[in-house]
Design a protein around this ligand. Structure first.
Ligand code: UT7
Length: 332
């Protein structure tokens, strides 16, 4: 369902973080039966960042959050709520958001995670937008953070080559310039597809036991072809929904920032939307699929390399397990 908004949440500052450890396709050739040529040709990925054993998702969150706060010129004490989009928190509970709040020294306001898989950042941004519009809060920290490397079955060549670790954070608030901020948000999910991408054991349906561990049921299961088809369809639907609700057409958009899952998916969606390839932001080659972190990671990089200027219209578009999906139009 789509809801029209005007002058909503602005990104006042943005930060990102990724582990230093780079794993190239050549490195993966030594691990599973794959080739650099296959991975690059089928996905557009050259390398990804994989965190060391002693790293957890909140380590990446803290770094990204402090960078975002610094960029916004906002102190941790001004943050009234923390929302993290994640599928790979430090623990099943408490929330990653609670841990991040404590680690950055934010006040004890609301803090919670949003589990919408790769669409988590856009879902979290949409929730923050609602709290800002009602006047309930003025500054909210929104993150997308993941360590998919922890859930990947490193024996499964069809999925292990795709993912990477990372985090992105945005300080959001209402801008004095009412033309800035979120113009529309379109959210979706299709629960009937849940089996195409999931972690079989570790939840209440199948608590983890020795047999489950043996069968690696605590690791990601994915039907790649099915995900691919659903991805293209839902990304198009969400982008068009968000554009329509904002009263815009694709020609108005200055930069398209899609979830970075597969370069072929991004190209197919860009083409069907009728987008000039110059307006599509891609960094999957260096990070792989960082799930909920991919859009804020891309936003920070786009800003750093001068691809986003004040007043630009940005279309963000995501899909993921569940099959969650989201499209957001924002005037920077
Ligand atoms: O955020 C959402 C997360 N998931 C996704 O975004 C996944 C979306 N899906 C995809 O990106 C693609 O479906 C994949 C990249 C996962 C797979 O690409 P594909 O073009 O759909 O390949 P395929 O699954 O049809 O496999 C083609 C062949 C198969 O061999 P045969 O049966 O043709 O002999 C696979 O076994 O490629 C083989 N294959 C590999 N070969 C070398 C699968 N993975 C690999 C690999 N290296 N890593």
């Amino acid at each position: 369902m789509c809801t029209q908004r005007l002058g909503g949440a602005s990104i006042l500052g943005i930060g990102s973080a990724a582990p230093e450890n780079v794993v190239t396709n050549r490195d993966l050739e030594k691990l599973v039966d794959t080739t650099d040529q296959w991975i690059l040709g089928r996905t557009g990925i050259r390398e990804r960042r994989i965190g060391p054993e002693d790293m957890c998702t909140s380590d990446l969150c803290e770094k990204a959050a402090l960078q975002a706060l610094d960029h916004a010129g906002v102190a941790p004490s001004e943050i009234e709520m923390v929302i993290v989009g994640t599928t790979t928190p430090d623990f099943i509970y408490p929330s990653l958001a609670s841990i991040v709040q404590h680690r950055i020294g934010a006040p004890t306001g609301g803090a919670f995670d949003v589990q919408a898989a790769c669409s988590g950042f856009l879902y979290a941004l949409t929730i923050a937008d609602q709290f800002l519009r009602t006047g309930k809060y003025e500054k909210i920290l929104v993150l997308g953070a993941e360590m998919p490397s922890r859930l990947v079955n490193w024996d499964d060549r069809a999925s292990c080559v795709l993912f990477g670790d990372g985090a992105g954070a945005a300080v959001v608030g209402l801008s004095d310039d009412t033309s800035r901020g979120m113009l529309s948000s379109c959210l979706g999910a299709d629960g009937s597809t849940w089996k195409m991408l999931y972690q079989p054991a570790g939840g209440t349906r199948q608590p983890i036991d020795a047999e489950g561990l043996e069968q690696k049921l605590n690791k990601t299961r994915m039907e790649g072809n099915e995900v691919y088809k659903v991805a293209v369809r839902t990304l198009l639907a969400m982008a068009n929904g968000a554009l329509e609700e904002a009263g815009l057409t694709i020609d108005d958009i200055d930069l398209f920032v899609p979830h970075q899952a597969n370069l072929r998916i991004i190209d197919a969606v860009g083409k069907r939307l009728g987008l000039d390839p110059e307006k599509v932001f891609v960094n999957i080659d260096r990070y792989g699929n960082t799930s909920a972190a991919s859009i804020p990671l891309a936003l920070r990089e786009a800003l750093d390399v001068g691809r986003i200027k004040e007043g630009d219209l940005i279309l963000m578009d995501a899909f993921g397990a569940g099959a969650s999906a989201a499209g957001v139009v924002l005037r920077w």
